[in-house]
Design a binder for this molecule. Structure first.
Ligand SMILES: NC(=O)C1=CN([C@@H]2O[C@H](COP(=O)(O)OP(=O)(O)OC[C@H]3O[C@@H](n4cnc5c(N)ncnc54)[C@H](O)[C@@H]3O)[C@@H](O)[C@H]2O)C=CC1
Ligand SMILES: O=C(O)C1=N[C@H](C(=O)O)C[C@H](O)C1
Length: 262
């Protein structure tokens, strides 16, 4: 299977490039990053011995390279354009980049169906994070009062995280609208109670030293339940990305969420 890694200079792009090179049935057809130059081949040791084509321009890439799968970990403001571009050029998207609106997800799904091309957009590729979301949705039936704390490295651009949004959506499907806290509570400093999603509060922490962590904290009369997932290393996402590259070859539309492949 021939694969392009988009956003290859970044933290996740680097991990994905290494992962693709390690898989016997994957071929790294090209890497793309608008900030790339040819000298990246010499600078990045993981490419040693592997003749990989480096592109800083998507249009040139598709003229010179044929690939089956487009892995993308770039920026929230590039997520939609890159996914659309992959589909338009016959590559199955495996997208970890966050920042899609529900309208964009719907439009891309419809477009993929029209083309008959498989693909996946997943806010989190760590198997443990998918389980955390499923456990949280299950708990919400009995514990409707819940707050989500997501904690990430200080270079993250979007807040709340894609994982926190997906978790909130899953919990909302179970418990619906549910105002929390005292009806007369007042924030003395704006934002103190976090973002509000149908009554559920979401808190975003950004600190050096963190990778990707989330705690879903439930409270009920006299008891509490905390469901927590920690990605200590970006390798935590790689099994999910590798699995998805194989699975998108077997389907004929874009889907949302790694749970669909587990
Ligand atoms: N779904 C998942 O499991 C995970 C998703 N992410 C998401 O992946 C994205 C990237 O995260 P990091 O690697 O930490 O960021 P990063 O900042 O380390 O890397 C982003 C890379 O994208 C490149 N880039 C900028 N504009 C681009 C464009 N238009 N097309 C292609 N590449 C472009 C940058 O030059 C940079 O090399 C974020 O949206 C993050 O939330 C991160 C970790 C796991
Ligand atoms: O930016 C990150 O790092 C991560 N982004 C994804 C998100 O927004 O949920 C997945 C994971 O949390 C790491």
């Amino acid at each position: 299977m021939k694969i392009v890694v988009s956003g290859f200079k970044g933290k996740m792009g680097t991990a994905c490039t290494n992962m693709v090179l390690r898989q016997e049935d994957f071929i790294l057809a090209a890497v793309y990053d608008p900030f790339a130059t040819e000298k990246h081949l010499d600078e990045l040791p993981q490419y040693a011995g592997h003749p990989v084509k480096v592109f800083s321009d998507k249009a040139t890439l598709v003229k010179e390279v044929e690939a089956d799968v487009w892995i993308d970990f770039s920026r929230p403001d590039a997520a939609y354009d890159n996914t659309r571009f992959a589909l338009e050029n016959g590559m199955r998207p495996v997208i970890g980049t966050t920042g899609f609106s529900s309208e964009q997800l719907e439009e891309l799904t419809n477009y993929s169906k029209k083309l008959g091309l498989g693909g996946l957009i997943a806010p989190n590729f760590a198997i443990g994070a998918v389980l955390m979301m499923e456990f949280a949705a299950k708990a919400a039936k009995y514990f409707p009062d819940v707050e989500i704390m997501e904690l990430h490295h200080e270079n993250k651009l979007d807040a709340p995280s894609g994982t926190a949004i997906k978790t909130a959506e899953l919990i909302y499907e179970v418990r619906g609208d549910h105002p929390q806290g005292h009806p007369e509570e007042k924030e003395l400093i704006e934002g103190a109670r976090g973002a509000d999603y149908h009554g559920m509060k979401i808190h975003s922490v950004r600190l050096p030293g963190l990778v990707a962590h989330q705690q879903v904290q439930f409270g009920s009369a006299g008891e509490g339940l905390i469901i927590r997932h920690d990605s200590y290393d970006r390798d935590s996402f790689m099994n999910g990305v590798a699995l998805s590259c194989r699975k998108v070859m077997e389907i004929d539309r874009l889907i949302y969420g790694l749970e669909n492949f587990l």
